[in-house]
Design a protein around this ligand. Structure first.
Ligand code: NAP
Length: 404
């Protein structure tokens, strides 16, 4: 574990940044720490139409008889840009209702999807979904700090739940969500789209087939430089809505990749956070998180994520005793690149179209609901990851290796 004990100094060398102890997190999880009064509130509120949001030019075709109807909760950039188009083309699912705190935006979106006025809900009349037989499942696309409460509400109205990543901000919230699913006898899935994306699926197969031999180390980088913003306008920098920040939002892809490529969960974690003073972007969240993990097999993983590191990078590499797998970019919406090097020879692999990940994920949840297919990314996987994120922050806050 020598490497881990030196991680703080190595991180300082790597980042060149001033490190401070993470005072906001000591003794409590990000979800429990209070935000400042000027921050966006930890409650569901309407927001403007996202500037980059694009609606379909034509209304999607009417759903087939056995199609699963989804209510989409929170009409932000991801819901409008990816979730709703994916539901419309997934085959066994369709958008049946929307839930939004912005009535004008909701009416515009509903009209583009051919929804009647009575399929538009808001955060106050959400409970009326219980009587709406057009809706079988609810897709939660709200800021992360609202996932647990709204997932519980969705189960309380008797629907299945597909919840965006990360599942929630603390293990306690994740446990609540799983209990609510069990109580309701309804399914819970976490929207980890890479489990439906051809490049990442092929990488999992390659690692299972020992394409790089025995894995020695995995490196992941998920970072970009966030433009000027503050907690009064952007939930991603509000602690009570976003937790520690980049790790939950973006670094989780690197964390997930390290787990699904190694096929293991770590036994030891050592992490360091960076939170520069005087920058409104990082008044409540961390700018960067560097994590080192050790797996029971002896393999290690080194993860770096940041909202303050340019140029942006989304890269995963696996180094084994017989080769290397490089994915760069690794986990985005498209443009994936993958190179396998064995015996000194590099081969570029193109296993499929990454854009199918969104609709395949929705179709998988429909299969789970209609045919009882086992969910590939269940609530338990989301909870495992929040526990690891919790361990990462504990390691950084207490300046020690966390043994799991
Ligand atoms: N899987 C992926 O690749 C991916 C990519 C991006 C985001 N996500 C996840 O999707 C979720 C939403 O992210 P996003 O990028 O779509 O966010 P966003 O563009 O900021 O939209 C969030 C929406 O949530 C609603 N909302 C309710 N209460 C809010 C509050 N207090 N502050 C801000 N918004 C509030 C608003 O919808 P209304 O105005 O309709 O009420 C808002 O438009 C997050 O969990 C995120 O991690 C996943």
């Amino acid at each position: 574990m020598t490497d881990f004990h030196h991680s703080r100094r190595r991180f300082m060398q790597l980042s060149g940044a001033a490190l401070i102890a993470p005072p906001l997190l000591t003794g409590c999880s990000p979800a429990q720490a209070a935000s400042s009064p000027a921050s966006l509130p930890r409650k569901a509120i309407g927001m403007p139409f996202p500037s980059w949001g694009r609606l379909p030019d034509t209304i999607p075709p009417a759903p087939k008889e056995d199609s699963v109807g989804f209510a989409v909760v929170g009409l932000g950039g991801y819901a409008i840009g990816q979730v709703m188009p994916a539901l419309a083309k997934a085959g066994r699912c369709h958008v049946a209702a929307v839930v939004s705190g912005n009535p004008d935006k909701a009416a515009r979106v509903a009209s583009a999807y051919g929804l009647p006025k009575d399929a538009i809900y808001n955060y106050d009349n959400f409970d009326e979904l219980a009587k709406d037989d057009r809706v079988d499942a609810i897709y939660i696309v709200l800021p992360t700090g609202l996932h647990a409460d709204w997932t519980e509400k969705a189960f309380a109205v008797g629907k299945h739940v597909l919840c965006e990543k990360p599942m929630a901000l603390s293990p306690q919230e994740g446990e609540r969500m799983i209990s609510a699913s069990k109580r309701a006898g309804r399914k819970l899935m976490i929207a980890y789209r890479c489990h439906f994306e051809p490049y990442n699926l092929h990488a999992m197969d390659l690692m299972r087939d020992k394409a790089v031999g025995t894995i020695k180390t995995i490196e992941t980088f998920q970072h970009y430089r966030m433009g000027p913003t503050s907690p009064s306008e952007n939930w991603r920098v509000v602690r009570s809505l976003a937790g520690g920040g980049a790790l939950e939002d973006y670094g989780i892809y690197g964390l997930q990749a390290a787990l699904y490529l190694s096929g293991e969960t770590p036994s030891h974690i050592r992490a360091v956070t960076e939170q520069p003073a005087g920058d409104p972007r990082f008044a409540e969240i961390f700018a960067s998180v560097r994590t080192e993990m050790q797996f029971p097999s002896g393999a290690t993983a080194s993860l770096f994520t940041s909202y303050d590191s340019a140029p942006g990078r989304n890269r995963v590499s696996v180094h084994g005793d017989a080769g290397t797998l490089l994915m760069d970019p690794a986990t985005g919406y498209g443009g994936h690149k993958m190179t396998l090097t064995q015996g000194g020879k590099a081969k570029v692999l193109k296993p499929g179209d990454p854009s199918v990940q969104f609709s395949r994920q929705c179709a998988h949840f429909a299969d789970a609901i209609l045919d009882d297919v086992e969910i590939r990314t269940p609530g338990e996987m989301g909870l495992r990851d929040i526990r690891l994120i919790d361990a990462i922050y504990t390691s950084a806050a207490e300046d020690r290796v966390v043994t799991l």
